[in-house]
Design a protein around this ligand. Structure first.
Ligand SMILES: [Zn+2]
Length: 99
């Protein structure tokens, strides 16, 4: 899912998740092509077309960000803005379960 993992010096595992440059929500995409360089459109998880359950319209947040995902050589995915610039990533600590 386009996640990168890095390890800190103390051995903590950090997951880098691409997030929407506009609202910091998650990015959604479907990329069937497995070859390097395969591309597909990406949208924000708050995109109105991605919202299938309307619990309360007054709480509905929508975001019109759109981008591109591109398959890397190693099978992971990079997310870009439509103009090809990179989008921010959020660092999430992965809990070490001691195994
Ligand atoms: Zn967004």
């Amino acid at each position: 899912m386009g996640s990168d993992y890095v390890y800190t010096e103390s051995g903590e595992k950090i997951r880098l998740v691409p997030v929407c440059p506009k609202c910091r929500s998650h990015i959604r995409w479907t990329l069937y092509g497995g070859r390097k360089g395969a591309q597909a459109p990406a949208t924000c998880a708050n995109n109105i077309e991605a919202t299938r359950v309307f619990r309360n319209l007054s709480e509905l947040i929508t975001c019109d960000w759109e981008g591109i995902v591109e398959r890397n050589k190693d099978g992971s995915v990079n997310v870009f803005n439509k103009d090809g610039t990179k989008i921010p990533k959020q660092a999430i600590k992965v809990k070490n379960n001691g195994l």
